[in-house]
Design a protein around this ligand. Structure first.
Ligand SMILES: [Zn+2]
Length: 122
């Protein structure tokens, strides 16, 4: 975790043209292929614009590169809740260092990673 935190590169993602599928390029080939099929040429900026303002559970605050160092931030959703921001940073770095997807974490934890972090780390 310390290494991941020292290596992480935060990027303002709202206008980013970085391809979503490239966030998964270092994951298993199964995950990388699924991401390529799902996202095709969708950019991080495009993905952030799919956030659902009417549903707080569908807000996209950040997205991380699996087995990498990049974390893209959606600046609209930072700064109003410090604990939420801390949980998101830890959550995204865990994606960087483990290569696990949210579904992987959900299976391992029998629940949502951010919820577990909120309960265990704050
Ligand atoms: Zn996640």
């Amino acid at each position: 975790m310390r290494q991941g935190a020292s290596n992480v590169v935060f990027v303002e993602g709202s206008q980013s043209t970085y391809l979503m599928r490239d966030l998964y390029a270092n994951a298993t080939s199964q995950v990388a292929n699924a991401a390529a099929a799902t996202f095709v040429n969708q950019t991080v900026g495009d993905y952030f614009r799919t956030t659902n303002l009417n549903d707080p559970t569908k807000v996209i605050k950040a997205i991380a590169e699996l087995n990498g160092t990049l974390v893209f931030l959606n600046p609209s959703y930072w700064g109003s809740n410090r604990d939420s921001d801390k949980v998101t940073v830890i959550h995204e770095i865990l994606h960087n260092i483990t290569g696990h997807t949210d579904d992987d974490f959900a299976r391992m934890l029998n629940g949502d990673l951010s919820s577990m972090l909120r309960r265990s780390c704050l």
